[in-house]
Structures are given as C-alpha cells and as structure tokens.
Design a protein around this ligand. Structure first.
Ligand code: GLN
Length: 256
C-alpha cells in the first residue's frame, strides 16, 4: 500500500517536472530534442528558383527559405540554412541538418530514410527542349540525351526512358546551359524552375508540360528525421497556421 502511494507521488512529481520542462522551452512548447537548443538547422540546395536560390546578398533566398523562416518563427527557434548538394540532403538529416527544404518531392524511396511533413506544394516534371525541337510525346524522348539534376525525380524519370542517355548535373541550370549549347536534346526539371529557366531564354527553349508526357503530380514536403513525432506535429501545425493566417499565400505571391 505504502509503496503504491509512493509510486503515485513519484509519478506526480515526474509529471510536474516534465510539464515544467515543457514550459521552459517557450510558448511553443514541444518535446522534440531537435528544437530544444533553440536552433533549427535546415539543409537546402539553393539552385532551384523560385524555391531556393542564392540571393543578391550571397545567402540562400526563395519561397522555401521564407517558408522555413516563418515556420521557425512559429516554433520560436532560430533558423540556420546550410546550402549543400541536393543529392546529399536526405543523408544529411540527423548529422549536418535537422530538416531539409528544397522543393523536395515525397517519394517512397526517400521515406525509407526520412519522414516528410504534410505536403505544401504540388508540382510536375516539365520537359525543356530547344526552340526548334519536335519532341512532343514520351516516345519522342526515347534514345535521346536528356539532362537533369542528380538525384532528383527528373533523374529517376529519365532512368526509365528506353534508350535515353541520362546526363546528370549538380545544378539544373548547367543542364539548361548544355541544352542551349546543343549538347542535350531535352532537360527534365520541375515545373516552376522550368518556367524560371525558360523566361531567361525565351527564344532558345520551349517549356513542355510533363502532363502531356504522362508524368505524375508530385508533392513537395519538408524532410525530417524519422520518428520525431513532436517535431513533425510542430512543423505541420506551423504550416497549417501559416496557411490559415494568409502568410503562405503572401509568400506564393511574392516568390512565384
Ligand atoms: N522535386 C525534385 C525532387 O525532389 C527536384 C528538387 C530539386 O532539385 N531541388 O527530386
């Protein structure tokens, strides 16, 4: 009996100290170890306008950067952005970065290594071709030299195209330059960056909607460490709040 009472007292004491611990971490109390130091380290690859690019001041800027900063504000943590190769973002989580935001498509394969937040944006792969090209269908891509950014969903699509040569670049813009220089027949890249790249060379390249090639809609989400439910809940709530209070749409209007 006595030990049972003591047990109850201990449980109560533990509960109180836990609650106190939560309170101490600020108004956006949460139990994620990742957030406990007050800093959210965010991996990105600033080569994907308008989602992320190097701004005039030499620092990463863009829709995703503004979004993760707004999320950090909601969570009461400082956001520190680390620019790295797209292909190393997933493996950086838990070491170089706490989370990653990089117009990253949710895929089953990536889900083996990371958890994803609720999706915040829909996209589809587009096909960039030289202005004079007659490529118009999926079959037209067969046997062609096609450029992409290494490790992206565009890269995975090219791997499946019969006879195509998959030319991987660290930056999509380098693939676009080789398209203009006549070294590639096409480039496969996400819809919004495709629009940005085409706008820079309106006379030289055409931007074809991947839906006409049978490509599926993709969803962008923030990659997070596996199993950190407190972090996922906090980030998902912040995304929800930013959508509800109009901030999300403001960022869309500002960057897209
Ligand atoms: N959405 C694509 C992917 O996740 C490309 C992202 C990017 O290049 N930043 O693979």
């Amino acid at each position: 009996m006595q030990s049972r009472i003591m047990g109850a007292a201990l449980t109560a004491a533990l509960l109180i100290s836990l609650l106190a611990g939560c309170g101490a971490s600020g108004s956006n109390a949460n139990g994620s170890a990742v957030l406990s130091d007050g800093v959210l380290t965010v991996g990105t690859n600033a080569e994907f306008p308008p989602f992320e690019y190097v701004g005039d001041n030499g620092e990463p800027d863009g829709f995703d950067i503004a979004l993760i900063n707004a999320i950090g504000e909601k969570l009461g943590v400082k956001v520190e952005v680390q620019n790295m190769e797209f292909d190393s973002l997933v493996s950086s989580i838990g070491s170089k970065a706490d989370v990653a935001i990089a117009g990253m498509t949710v895929t089953e394969e990536r889900k083996q290594s990371v958890d994803f937040s609720d999706p915040y944006f829909d996209a589809v792969q587009h096909v960039l071709v030289p202005a004079e090209s007659d490529i118009a269908t999926y079959e037209d891509l067969e046997g062609k030299a096609i450029g992409c950014q290494l490790g992206t969903t565009g890269d995975f699509i090219i791997e499946e195209i019969e006879g195509a040569t998959d030319q991987q670049y660290n930056k999509a813009v380098d693939a676009v330059n080789d398209l203009i220089n006549g070294r590639l027949d096409a480039v496969i890249v996400d819809s919004n960056p495709a629009g940005v790249f085409t706008a820079n060379y309106p006379d030289k390249i055409r931007d074809l909607d991947g839906e006409d090639f049978g490509f599926e809609t993709e969803q962008y989400a923030i990659a997070m460490p596996k199993g950190d439910k407190a972090l996922a809940d906090a980030i998902n709530q912040a995304i929800k709040d930013l959508k509800a209070d109009g901030t999300f749409d403001e960022l869309v209007n500002k960057y897209m």
